[in-house]
Unconditional design. Structure first.
Length: 255
């Protein structure tokens, strides 16, 4: 399978760090033209400033005026692929504000952005692909916040809705539901001597002898963004190494 994204413009929300950053670099390696939309300027942007295939648009997803400005700006760009990767992060102790902001970013913003680019693609007759970043927490209850569970479940529904509503107009939409994914920036902490107990528990629960990586997520994003996945539409794909297929009580009773 030879993936290549030459002459394709890819918009990635939340591409400044973590999994989003990995996805950005992988698209660039495959000749894609990448536009990062994020609140924070990527630390690697200056290092790659000579790369004409990489652009950055600053946007605070929670500010309506900035979102409206972004949507107007994108009308002048022919986007082929949208990766809805941004997620809400806050240390605000006000639970109600956190709840509202979580839903506003994870769900409302990505809905408005997706619908805008879908309508633009239909007008321009572009075969348009969307890959939504959901979570296994949309299917199972985890330690994440209530709003995180609700927003990710809604993203799954949004994925199916857009795929049916616009499928006949060459709009292809799928979602990825990652389970335990260890990001590069947390590997040292995960493998530290102070974290042995937690690490053992994680590896016991996982059917594989390893944890999920940023590369695992990025590889699936690349596949779903390519022509090889054109007949996959409206799917919420679990990416957890099979962990969610297990009987939780059987795992607990294992020696």
């Amino acid at each position: 399978m030879n993936l290549n994204f030459k002459n394709k413009k890819i918009l990635i929300t939340g591409g400044s760090e973590g999994i989003g950053k990995k996805i950005v670099f992988d698209f660039l390696k495959l000749d894609g033209e990448v536009i990062i939309v994020d609140k924070k300027k990527p630390e690697f942007l200056n290092r790659l400033k000579k790369n004409k295939s990489l652009n950055f648009i600053k946007c605070d997803f929670l500010k309506d005026n900035e979102v409206n400005l972004l949507l107007r700006k994108l009308s002048t760009i022919d986007i082929d692929i949208l990766i809805n990767n941004a997620r809400f992060k806050s240390k605000n102790v006000n639970k109600l504000n956190n709840f509202k902001d979580n839903l506003k970013l994870d769900l409302q913003f990505h809905f408005l952005l997706s619908e805008k680019l879908i309508k633009d693609a239909i007008k321009k007759k572009i075969f348009f692909k969307i890959c939504n970043m959901s979570s296994i927490s949309s299917k199972l209850i985890s330690a994440q916040s209530p709003a995180y569970h609700f927003s990710k479940s809604s993203i799954n529904s949004m994925t199916k809705y857009f795929s049916i509503r616009y499928g006949k107009k060459n709009i292809n939409v799928n979602a990825i539901l990652p389970g335990f994914i260890l990001q590069e920036r947390f590997i040292k902490k995960f493998n530290s001597s102070k974290n042995i107990t937690y690490k053992k528990k994680v590896l016991k629960v996982l059917p594989y002898s390893r944890y999920g990586t940023e590369e695992d997520v990025s590889n699936l994003v690349l596949f779903l963004s390519s022509g090889y996945s054109n007949f996959i539409n409206g799917e919420n794909i679990i990416l957890d190494g099979g962990a969610s297929n297990q009987d939780q009580f059987a795992v607990l009773l294992e020696n």
